[in-house]
Design a protein around this ligand. Structure first.
Ligand code: AMP
Length: 527
């Protein structure tokens, strides 16, 4: 027997409809890649997003068609998300840091019809266009005067100008696809995660719970995590849902640029990957500055070292929430809200509502949640992928509906999750697993370390041993012994790195995380 409630499909247009109507004058602040800061209200974003919808409809974009964006975080990119999704088309976010060959592959695989891009990305667009014949129109986030020469593109401002805001939004099934994001991989191996309106809607609401992101209308939210990285962790839905002032930083994510934006806009909440937080911290230390309004940050996407959490909490009184998730999970899986600022915990936290976790051994049998026994981390939930786009026949769930994340973790009796490694990064020494993350965390606490990474190196007796790679802070020098002495007592004896190597810079991947694949390749390449 159906309940007697109004049919109200959970479609994503509702977030911006709500913000436009009830928080219309709340500011959306955007720093363009070219430098200047622009500001408008949610009502303006709403109006312009609908004008974009009209332009897309008049171009012939229909339900389920893919429209790609190749852009950093900005108000126009936000309008594009809603303008595309509002009419039931699929917003395919492209990461401008990916090699052009990989971008071309996924644009063609997704059959994107229209591409909306930043002017900064025009050189990529130029290259892409010749490899992607399916793209019918390129629109650059610019006015006529800003259009660069040599790219066959329409100016976004002219395209939407003067168009009616009267267009149908929503009115389709909440199961309709809304967003598409390919996970990283070598060309041809990238997998498309296809979010639905319903999954993003529910994830957006769950992310707002007090122990998850937990921000409100009284917060000023700075979205550092790019809109092309796993749904910007849901921020572009959560901020309009509560009517929080929303700050979008463009492409400049260095410490100085972020600090300036935080201070001038009064940012209280932000989210990004650990390397971004390291960069800001080093800037604050070097310049002897303190954030004056920032209260809480979320660090996710890679393990946050204890030294990093400690510095923000103890030195600046800023709460660090350590989150774990993945593109396939929309992306948040767990969040660790620390009990107080004096207690830095490096665990990744507890499952958020809507996510179920379990650990299994190599044969798929469940292992105990005793905080000691590592296992393969499996997940299921309303915002977890059940298949990859155009690979629907390749099952990715087991008989019980579980998805194997590819991460190795422990869970303790209170439900606290600790990621020990990516399965493919695990170091197996004498048949036992060594956690590269734990060694990295310990080494990153060395005052001279800017970044630390640990990979396995082949060993004749033990099979593999850990190799520590360190990028020192600017102007510092050190020795292997200094780091080994520092690790003494901080990690198990038998985890002690076999060698320490100093490099000028540790390579970062397209989403700003340490790229171990590239690191390994560089280490095995003859000098
Ligand atoms: P992506 O889909 O690119 O966001 O990558 C997801 C992967 O990043 C996860 O499967 C983990 O291996 C890793 N990851 C994300 N958050 C964390 C975290 N807090 N600690 C350790 N690894 C993480």
């Amino acid at each position: 027997m159906p309940g007697l409630m109004q049919p109200w499909p959970l479609t994503l247009d509702r977030f911006l409809e709500h913000a436009g109507r009830w928080h219309g004058s709340t500011e959306v602040v955007s720093r363009s890649n070219e430098g200047p800061v622009t500001r408008c209200g949610y009502a303006d974003i709403h109006r312009r997003a609908r004008q974009l919808s009209r332009a897309l409809l008049e171009h012939g974009i229909a339900l389920e068609d893919r429209v790609a964006t190749l852009a950093f975080n900005s108000a126009r990119h936000l309008e594009a998300w809603y303008g595309i999704m509002g009419i039931g088309a699929v917003c395919h976010t492209l990461n401008p840091r990916l090699p052009v060959g990989q971008l071309a592959y996924i644009v063609n695989h997704a059959a994107d019809r229209v591409l909306l891009a930043d002017v900064l990305c025009a050189p990529i667009v130029r290259e892409l266009s010749s490899h992607c014949p399916g793209i019918e129109r390129v629109v650059l986030f610019a006015d006529e005067a800003q259009l660069p020469a040599g790219v066959a593109a329409t100016a976004y401002e002219s395209w939407i100008a003067g168009r009616s805001t009267d267009c149908p939004w929503g009115g389709f099934s909440e199961e309709t696809a809304a967003g598409l994001c390919y996970t990283s991989g070598t060309t041809g191996d990238q997998k498309g995660v296809l979010y639905s309106h319903r999954s993003n809607f529910l994830h957006g609401l769950c992310s707002l719970m007090p122990d998850v992101l937990g921000f409100s209308r009284r917060d000023v939210v700075l979205a550092i995590v790019p809109m092309f990285h796993a749904n910007a962790w849901g921020l572009a839905f959560a901020a309009p849902a509560v009517g929080a002032k929303f700050v979008l930083p463009g492409a400049k994510l260095d410490g100085a640029s972020l600090f300036e934006l935080m201070e001038t806009e009064g940012v209280t909440f932000s989210a990004g990957v650990p390397t971004v937080w390291q960069g800001l911290l080093q800037f604050l230390e070097r310049e002897q500055l303190r954030p004056t309004t920032l209260k809480r940050i979320v660090s996710g996407g890679a393990a946050a070292p204890e030294a990093l959490i400690r510095a923000y909490q103890e030195k600046y009184g800023i709460e660090v929430r350590h989150g774990w998730g993945m593109t396939e999970m929309s992306p948040i899986g767990t969040v660790n809200a620390p009990p107080d600022l004096a207690t830095p915990t490096t665990e990744q936290g507890r499952a958020i509502f809507g996510v179920d976790l379990r650990l299994t051994d190599d044969e798929g049998a469940e292992v105990p949640q005793d905080g000691r026994t590592p296992g393969h981390l499996n997940v299921r939930g309303a915002a977890v992928a059940c298949a990859y786009f155009r690979r629907e026949a390749d099952g990715i769930l087991d008989a019980g509906g579980w998805f194997d994340t590819g991460d190795i973790a422990t869970i303790d009796g209170s439900g606290m999750l600790r990621i020990t490694d990516r399965a493919k990064d695990v170091i197996k020494s004498g048949g036992e697993w060594i956690s590269s993350i734990d060694i990295e965390n310990a080494a990153a606490a060395h005052p001279k370390a800017a970044l630390a990474a640990v990979v396995g190196m082949p060993h004749p007796k033990w099979g593999e041993r850990p190799l520590l790679i360190v990028q020192l802070k600017v102007g510092q020098s050190s020795t292997a012994q200094e780091f080994l002495d520092f690790l003494e007592g901080r990690i198990a004896r038998w985890w002690m790195p076999e060698a320490v190597q100093f490099v000028a810079s540790i390579p970062l991947g397209a989403t700003g995380k340490i790229d171990k694949k590239q690191l390994r390749a560089a280490l095995t390449r003859p000098a």
